[in-house]
Design a protein around this ligand. Structure first.
Ligand code: PLP
Length: 429
């Protein structure tokens, strides 16, 4: 039965221990009072056995569902033969080859272990290649937790562009002078900043769909044009959009090819792995034989490219390559989006559903959402309350975003819409 019906003693005890032994519980922001224990396909269960339709999907990686039998079989077999070697292995090479086949900008691949590392390395490649220091990012754009990414992700009082605002304590002040910030979807302002600072800019990093805000028609192409004009490397952070919006990611879906991109989440089917990929002449900075010693970027990591994660990625990508996969993913996502919008309209609650079918969210506002500042007009409290009501009714999602998988079905959509309708009836005004 769907929904949070009971909380057993063991789960209650574990929740309390988490707060004792780990600062702020586990640190991730999702429902701190639920301990997820199992997952299968699009369903997760908590420690007390309550069942939920999962739209968090591990924050995105489980795009083909939890514990997919092909992934499990391949991973279990490899674990019995060794989990990690640090030495090269054939699976990382096979996965790298498949990424190059799939992703338009990918000529070469360097594996890392998290998205945070991948964006940090991609920015470093841009600096090494272009021999400049500054990175231009977009206000509200998320690129993980490294010092450069945690600039103007969620400023409470945003400074004038292009000045960045640090999002975390502990970031050296010097980092601020290496980052410029522009408004997403505002090509005119972005171009003006690039025109003025092009001589200092090493690279531009952008999520092709920023969080759940789709790019306006022409925005990504305009960014591509101006970065090409000044020969500035353009980095797409495709940690979310990669293998999700299309097999070739956001760059295939939106038809704009960057110089470099970062991949994570879906690329390794729920195991820790990420990648920087891109044009060979830029990736050359990882290779001491191809660049002068002062342009070389040493880069190693204990678990990078480990065979278990690589195999999980290979098997996940095989499933994604099956005929009709993306059509189905988009169809299910669209059914949920349409259903939510209909129910919100019927309840006369002003709200917008933004994003693309495989990943979207609801913002409680009448305003058009085009950038970070416009998201500030949304009623966040309402969103928090709705998320809680949904968990009680068996719909599990993160603080932001619904992720849809290839194994959600029309039956799950129906159950989700029933839960949503009931949650809206209880939603405080
Ligand atoms: C667009 C984007 N970039 C980077 C990251 C960071 O990835 P990780 O959590 O693997 O460090 C995330 C994580 O959600 C992301 O959404």
């Amino acid at each position: 039965m769907l929904g949070r019906k009971v909380t057993g003693d063991r789960e209650r005890e574990t929740i309390s221990k988490a707060k004792t032994f780990m600062p702020a519980g586990n640190g991730n922001t999702v429902a701190q009072d639920v301990m997820i224990r199992d997952g299968k396909g699009p369903i997760v269960w908590d420690m007390s056995g309550n069942e939920y339709i999962d739209y968090l999907l591990g924050s995105g990686p489980m795009v083909i569902g939890h514990a997919h039998p092909n992934v499990v079989a391949a991973v279990v077999e490899q674990i019995g033969r060794g989990s990690t070697f640090f030495a090269p292995n054939d699976f990382e090479v096979e996965l790298a080859e498949e990424i190059v086949n799939a992703v338009p900008c990918a000529e070469q691949v360097r594996f890392l272990s998290s998205g945070t590392e991948a964006t940090q390395m991609a920015m470093r490649v841009a600096r090494a290649y272009r021999k400049r220091e500054k990175i231009l990012k977009f206000e509200g754009g998320f690129h993980g937790m490294n010092d450069y990414s945690l600039m103007s992700l969620a400023p409470s009082s945003p400074p004038d562009f292009p000045k960045p605002s640090p999002d975390s304590a502990g970031i050296p002040h010097g980092v601020q002078s290496s980052v410029l910030v522009a408004p997403f979807n505002d090509l005119e302002t972005t171009t003006a900043i690039i025109d003025k600072h092009h001589n200092e800019i090493a690279g531009v990093i952008v999520e092709p769909m920023q969080r759940v805000i789709p790019p306006k028609p022409g925005f990504l192409q305009g960014l591509r044009d101006v970065t090409l004009q000044y020969e500035i490397p353009l980095i797409f952070d495709e940690i979310v959009t990669g293998f999700r919006f299309a097999y070739g990611g956001g760059q295939e879906y939106y038809g704009v090819i960057p110089d470099l991109c970062t991949l994570g989440k879906a690329v390794s089917g729920g195991f820790p792995m990420s990648a920087v990929v891109g044009r060979s002449e830029m990736m050359a900075h990882f290779d001491s034989d191809r660049v002068p010693s002062d342009e070389f970027m040493p880069q190693v990591g204990t678990l990078n490219g480990n065979p278990v994660a690589a195999i999980a990625g290979i098997e996940t990508l095989k499933v994604l390559r099956q005929k009709g996969t993306y059509e189905k993913l988009f169809q299910i996502g669209q059914s949920i989006k349409d259903g939510f919008q209909r129910l919100l309209n019927e309840a006369e609650i002003p709200a917008k559903i933004i994003g693309e079918a495989p990943m979207f969210d609801i913002l409680f506002t009448d305003n058009e959402i085009v950038d970070y500042r416009s998201t500030l007009t949304a009623d966040k409290g309402k969103m928090v309350n709705l998320n809680k009501l949904l968990i009680e009714r068996g719909v599990f999602k993160g603080d932001v975003k619904y992720y849809v998988s290839t194994v959600h079905t029309e039956e799950h959509v129906k159950q989700t819409l029933d839960a949503f309708e009931s949650a809206l009836q209880q939603l405080p005004g």
